[in-house]
Design a binder for this molecule. Structure first.
Ligand SMILES: *Cc1c(COP(=O)(O)O)cnc(C)c1O
Length: 229
C-alpha cells in the first residue's frame, strides 16, 4: 500500500471537505455532515497523516483489519466505525474493540446474536440499521419495506443495542436518477424513524456523496477519493 505525501492528502481532504460544504449548504446552513474516512485501501501511515490534518473518524469493513489498525494507531484519539458485513463468529472480537459506531447491522438475526453477546459482556454498542435501498442481491441490508418494522423490533427486543439511525450504499448504477432514488428511499425511512430517536443517516461514498448529502445524508463514508495519489 502506497504512502502518500502530506501535501497530497491535504489536497484530497480539502477537496472532499469543500465538496461536502457546497452540498450541505445547498440543503441548509444548519445541515451538518460528518466525514468518515474509509481506510480499507490505504496504509496506516496515511491515516496518521490525515489525523495530523484534522480528520478524526475512520471506518473499516473487516473486524481483523479494524483491530490491527486500532492497535497500531492507539496513541491517537481516533473514532472508529465498523462499516462492513459482520460475520457471527467475529461478534465477540468486535465488541472487545468497542467501535464508536457499528454501521452495518443488516438483519434481525444478527441483531439478536449481537445483543446476546453484548449482554454476556455487560456492554452496549451504538449501531445503524443497514438498508438495501436499491434491492440489489449483491448487497446486504434489510429491505426498505421491512426497515421501519425491523428497527422498532430491534429497539424493543435488544436492550444492549443502541440504534442511532440508518446506513445505505447507493444503487450501483451509472444512472444518476437511479442512485438518487435509492438515496431518497433511505432518507424517507430515516425521516420516519426520527420519532424513534434516529439521528444518523449514513449514505454517500466517493462517487456519489454530494448527491447523497443533497438527499439528506448527514454522514458520508469516503475512501478512494480521500486516498488517491
Ligand atoms: C469501501 C466502502 C466505502 C468507501 O468507498 P469509496 O467508494 O472508496 O469511497 C463506503 N462504505 C462502505 C460500506 C464501504 O465498504
Amino acid at each position: 500500500m502506497q504512502i502518500l505525501s502530506k501535501e497530497q492528502l491535504r489536497r484530497n481532504l480539502d477537496e472532499v471537505i469543500w465538496n461536502i460544504e457546497r452540498a450541505r449548504i445547498s440543503v441548509s446552513e444548519h445541515h451538518i455532515v460528518k466525514l468518515v474516512g474509509v481506510a480499507k485501501y490505504t496504509a496506516p501511515e496515511n491515516i496518521r497523516t490525515l489525523y495530523e490534518l484534522g480528520q478524526r473518524a475512520f471506518g473499516e469493513n473487516q473486524v481483523q483489519q479494524l483491530k490491527e489498525r486500532m492497535q497500531l494507531l492507539e496513541d491517537l484519539p481516533l473514532e472508529w466505525h465498523m462499516i462492513g458485513t459482520l460475520q457471527k463468529n467475529k461478534i465477540n472480537n468486535l465488541i472487545d474493540l468497542q467501535p464508536s459506531l457499528m454501521q452495518s447491522l443488516d438483519s434481525i438475526d444478527l441483531a439478536a446474536e449481537l445483543n446476546k453477546k453484548l449482554q454476556a459482556k455487560s456492554k452496549t454498542m451504538h449501531c445503524l440499521l443497514q438498508i438495501n435501498s436499491a434491492q440489489e442481491e449483491s448487497k446486504s441490508g434489510v429491505s426498505p419495506e421491512q426497515a421501519i418494522d425491523i428497527y422498532q423490533q430491534i429497539k424493543e427486543r435488544c436492550a444492549h443495542i443502541v440504534l442511532k439511525g440508518v446506513m445505505s450504499i447507493g444503487a450501483h448504477s451509472d444512472d444518476y436518477a437511479i442512485i438518487q432514488k435509492s438515496f431518497e428511499t433511505t432518507y424517507r425511512i430515516f425521516d420516519n424513524l426520527k420519532k424513534e430517536g434516529a439521528t444518523v443517516c449514513s449514505m454517500g461514498m466517493s462517487g456519489d456523496y454530494e448527491l447523497a448529502i443533497r438527499c439528506g445524508s448527514n454522514l458520508v463514508r469516503i475512501g478512494s477519493t480521500l486516498f488517491k495519489s
